[in-house]
Write a protein that binds this ligand. Structure first.
Ligand code: C2E
Ligand code: MG
Ligand code: MG
Length: 568
């Protein structure tokens, strides 16, 4: 049995070590905090997790939930070490803890509890074996009919034994469907399930007699390519699979388009045991995702180090809201003709305890991919609405507050209800608010359009961010109730040097005027750029030349100054 202990108290580790020795041959993996516990759980898949939340304040009961997610519904016993406090004990029960040990640890009690957990574990193994024997627990994934994870573990172990004895090579592929969550949310779980079946069938068509395929996560497949002498041979199969999956899938009268990302690890160079091989194939797959998805990548050692950092970031992000590590800055938006501040954009930042300031360009994509964007968004909306209300109630009425919104938010039906609740609570007048939408395919789904229409009805404005860089900007103007377009920085960058860019900017300004839509030029960095924009009649601007994003206090000061000059 493998036991993971998260504590930064070395005395406790010594105690666990000696207790486990008394109980037979068991493996102890130790980490010092709950971030690492989650990370290690993913890598090592322990059979028992012990979390010490009594010392390190940052170790939260919530980590139990994240660890459980890793086990995809399989039970994993989690034990907490706590001080005797009824509140904490209630919290760990709510977070799904199975039992607890009280400080100070007593060796007899620790031994008894560990023994109990070991017995449970053995009982469970026996039970599973019996179920398998009687055919209750299938070796197959019930949805797609390919092998499941347990069976795949056996296949890969057997494959390694064969290859080792024959000095042979083979490859492991890790395949993940791109944006599967989005497909599921957009088209429904029924279509999601049909797509998984279709994917499994198509992959099988690309495989040979010596190959295996298994579904090992919700939209993750693992493949063993049996006879591979060179990585190039594996690359060929990967490309064949990618091409095969790209042809639209006809599912219950829906034509579904999808792509996938694949990582390749080769035995023995990229790993000599099942765990390392699968982990490295997954790392290569994540790299393929970073490179824009819809491609395959071979594993390389330097990817391992890089991956470690991202995983840590992802785990840390899970706690960022609770630990109040997120904060908003406000970048002023100016009327270019009068040079008055007429609004501001709320920009999210993350102050990581050890890595320092992390840009939204790094953490928002991670949050969008793993779903954390929902809670991060809620926090952002609450904070920004509340700040807008404060400024308004302080007597500053001449501003619009812009807030960025992720396309994923628009897939939540209850979003307008949430906004209504925050508006009532904060007393913010909805007309001072404007949501900035970046162009993205998903904002045309009917679900997203309904949410946008509801937001419009609430009186909140809509702005198209990074205008001109999406692939169908003009269609959006026609389809959605847009109040403002923000000309992307890439056009402003070359305003003074490239006549084509200058003409594009000029026509965007005219377009806005003709449609009765407000125009903001983004990313103004020089006086010259501002000058040209003024000459073209661009109404508003934002950029480092005018002002960098500011703290609440600095922003308030500007509003105050402007308010005073107007009065006098
Ligand atoms: P964006 O909405 O286009 O925001 C403008 C970004 O450009 C900000 O970067 C801002 O600091 C930067 N910027 C402004 N003026 C200049 C300039 O003159 N020169 C240069 N080089 N940069 C300038 P930031 O804060 O790093 O945000 C990056 C992106 O992250 C935003 O782009 C937005 O797409 C996203 N983002 C920021 N906050 C949020 C949020 O609360 N929710 C969501 N979903 N996305 C957010
Ligand atoms: Mg923006
Ligand atoms: Mg922008």
């Amino acid at each position: 049995m493998k036991i993971l202990v998260a504590t930064n108290d070395s005395d406790k580790l010594i105690l666990f070590n000696s207790a486990l020795k008394k109980l037979g041959h068991h493996e102890l993996v130790s980490v010092t905090n709950s971030y690492d516990a989650i990370y290690k759980s993913r890598l090592e898949k322990p059979d028992l997790v012990i979390l010490d939340i009594s010392i390190e304040e940052k170790n939260s009961p919530e980590s139990a939930k994240h660890i459980r997610e890793i086990y995809l519904g399989d039970w994993i016993p989690i034990l907490f070490i706590v001080n005797f406090e009824a509140e904490t004990i209630k919290k760990i029960i709510a977070a799904g803890g199975d039992d607890y040990l009280l400080n100070p640890l007593d060796e007899t009690i620790v031994l008894a509890k560990l023994k109990f957990m070991l017995n449970l574990y053995e009982l469970r193994l026996k039970n599973e074996e019996n179920m398998r024997k009687f055919g209750v627990l299938s070796a197959m994934d019930s949805l797609t009919g390919v092998q499941n994870r347990t069976e795949f573990d056996k296949s890969i172990t057997a494959k390694i034994n064969d290859a080792r004895s024959q000095d042979a090579k083979f490859a492991v592929l890790s395949l993940d469907i791109d944006h599967f969550k989005m497909i599921n949310d957009n088209l429904g779980h029924h279509i999601g399930d049909l797509l998984l079946k279709s994917v499994a069938t198509r992959i099988k068509k690309c495989l040979g007699m010596d190959d295996f395929i298994a579904r090992i996560g919700s939209d993750e497949f693992s493949i063993i390519l049996g006879e591979i002498d060179h990585p190039e041979a594996a690359e060929k199969v990967a490309q064949k699979i990618i091409n095969g999956l790209m042809t639209p899938h006809n599912l219950a009268n829906e034509e579904v388009h999808m792509t996938c990302s694949i990582g390749i690890a080769c035995y023995p160079v990229d790993g000599e045991n099942p765990k390392t091989l699968m982990q490295n194939a997954e790392i290569a797959m994540s790299h393929a995702k970073e490179l824009g998805r819809n491609n395959y990548q071979l594993f390389a050692q330097e990817l391992y180090e890089k991956r470690k950092n991202t995983v840590n970031l992802e785990e840390a992000l899970k706690f960022a809201v609770d630990r109040e590590e997120l904060f908003l800055t406000y970048q002023p938006i100016y009327d270019l003709q009068t040079h008055h501040v007429v609004g501001m954009e709320a920009l999210l930042s993350w102050q990581h305890p050890s890595l320092g300031l992390i840009s939204p360009n790094i953490f928002i994509p991670i949050a969008e991919e793993n779903g954390l964007i929902d809670s991060i968004g809620k926090w952002t909306f609450r904070s920004a609405f509340a700040q807008g209300a404060k400024w308004y109630l302080a007597g500053y009425h001449q501003f619009k507050l812009a807030i960025n919104i992720s396309p994923r938010h628009l897939l939540q039906k209850n979003l307008p209800a949430l906004f209504t609740e925050i508006i009532i609570k904060t007393q913010v007048p909805p007309h001072i608010l404007e949501f900035e939408l970046t162009e993205n395919a998903s904002i045309t789904s009917s679900q997203a359009e309904n949410v946008l229409a509801d937001i419009h009805l609430l009186g909140i404005g809509l702005s198209l961010d990074d205008f001109g860089t999406g692939y169908s900007s003009y269609i959006r103007l026609k389809q959605l109730p847009i109040n403002t377009i923000k000309i992307d920085k890439v056009f402003i960058d070359n305003l003074t040097s490239n006549t084509k860019d200058a003409m594009i900017v000029k026509s965007m300004i005219t377009l806005g005027k003709n449609l009765g839509i407000d125009v903001i030029a983004e990313g103004i960095e020089t006086a010259k750029q501002a000058e040209i924009l003024i000459e073209y009649g661009c109404p508003k601007g934002q950029g480092f030349y005018l002002s960098k994003p500011l703290s609440v206090a600095q922003m308030t000061e500007i509003l105050q100054q402007q308010h005073n000059t107007k009065k006098s």
